[in-house]
Write a protein that binds this ligand. Structure first.
Ligand SMILES: Cc1cc2nc3c(=O)[nH]c(=O)nc-3n(C[C@H](O)[C@H](O)[C@H](O)COP(=O)(O)OP(=O)(O)OC[C@H]3O[C@@H](n4cnc5c(N)ncnc54)[C@H](O)[C@@H]3O)c2cc1C
Length: 339
């Protein structure tokens, strides 16, 4: 999202940007996502949800996201829904294939299988926007958890910024992720439909029964997934009473989510009136990263910008839309780089 949006905006402003893409396709995690680009309804809501995030960066998102979404629509990105379905948030759901295609058309040249790294000789001429999607692959390895995001974001942007004198934000061990059925291979196309997003309606205990989640589960369940990630095997049982099976999480019921997992071969145990599903914490995106200012400038380094998951410290302590942050700060990065 961030790389393509920055390039599209830069081209609109008259520049000739080059997008270097490590993977074999454009779109990164954006292409795999649900495509909901959203913000908290108010700045106060953002602060309450992500109390350790940078308030200056949060304010920028609240003020500029709506314009960013209009811009995407003006580029021909197809909107599937004009509401998020969550009363706390405002935003739109895009078709991610159409969104990616619209941005690629406007971004111009995208050089695939071309990784930018901190090594010598790889530093291009002119302003550079780091948009390598954070380091969820590296964090997942450290935590011995599966990746639920693009397979290429290993932290190259972060390494490059640090090698050039940049700084990091707090929360480098924090991530946004989902509970997924444990013990079965999960294809990229199943990342969204197989997510098990009903911890709030379940009793949550570790696989070996030694841990139980006692805290309040946030609506995004990000705090629950991060807790499970640190339990043995990063796994938990979600034990659901039959009275809760018809509870809804947006368009799906708890029963829908369990049946989807069962059909995929997940470990599901019946002991009426309870159904228990074995889940695994997975890592979608890191929340800490490179320290940037409100103009997407990497603090302490000339002519270097960062956007998207590379730019950390926005959702620290909670959860906010990664697509929104990427969109807003990518547009700013392009404008600032060309100013
Ligand atoms: C299943 C799923 C559902 C999601 N649902 C939502 C949602 O509904 N709403 C929301 O806001 N967010 C959602 N997200 C998160 C969202 O996709 C990310 O926040 C967003 O894509 C981050 O944008 P980005 O540009 O930082 O990273 P990405 O979109 O991942 O792009 C990073 C790109 O950098 C490339 N790259 C990595 N290293 C290098 C290198 N060294 N050189 C060159 N290129 C490199 C990668 O290959 C990738 O293409 C979801 C994610 C997933 C996986």
């Amino acid at each position: 999202m961030a790389g393509l949006a920055a390039a599209a905006r830069a081209r609109e402003l008259g520049a000739e940007p080059l997008v270097l893409e490590k993977g074999d396709r454009p779109g990164g995690s954006m292409l795999l996502s649900s495509g909901v680009i959203w913000r908290h309804r108010t700045f106060e809501g953002f602060r309450a949800e992500c109390p350790a995030g940078d308030p200056v960066l949060q304010q920028v998102i609240v003020e500029q996201l709506d314009e960013g979404i209009e811009w995407l629509e003006s580029l021909g990105a197809p909107v599937l829904e004009h509401e998020t379905g969550n009363p706390r948030t405002i935003g739109k759901r895009f078709d991610t294939r159409g969104l990616t295609d619209a941005l690629v058309r406007r971004a111009g040249q995208v050089s695939l299988r071309h990784a930018l790294g901190p090594g010598p000789g790889t530093w291009p001429e002119g302003p550079l926007v780091l948009a390598s999607g954070g380091f969820h692959v590296r964090l997942a390895q450290e935590l011995a958890l599966p990746v639920r995001g693009n397979p290429w974001s290993t932290g190259d942007g972060l390494d490059l910024a640090l090698a050039r004198g940049g700084a990091t934000t707090a929360g480098l061990d924090e991530f946004y992720g989902r509970a997924m059925p444990a013990g079965i291979p999960i294809e990229e196309a199943e990342f969204v439909p197989l997510s098990q997003l009903y911890g709030q309606f379940a009793e949550v205990v570790s696989e070996d029964g030694t841990q139980r989640f006692e805290g309040e589960i946030s609506w995004s369940e990000t705090n629950l997934v991060q807790a499970i990630a640190r339990w043995p095997g990063g796994r938990a049982w979600y034990r659901v009473h039959e009275d809760r099976l018809q509870e809804r999480v947006r368009e799906r019921t708890v029963a829908d989510m369990i049946e989807r997992a069962r059909a995929a071969g997940a470990v599901v145990r019946e002991a009426p009136p309870f159904t228990s599903v074995l889940v695994q914490a997975t890592v979608t995106q890191t929340l800490g990263g490179i320290r940037v200012d409100s103009r997407s400038r990497v603090v302490g380094v000339e002519n270097l910008f960062a956007a998207g998951a590379d730019a950390g410290g926005i959702a620290t302590g909670g959860y906010s839309s990664g697509l929104a942050a990427a969109l807003v700060f990518a547009r700013i990065a392009a404008e600032e780089a060309l100013s």
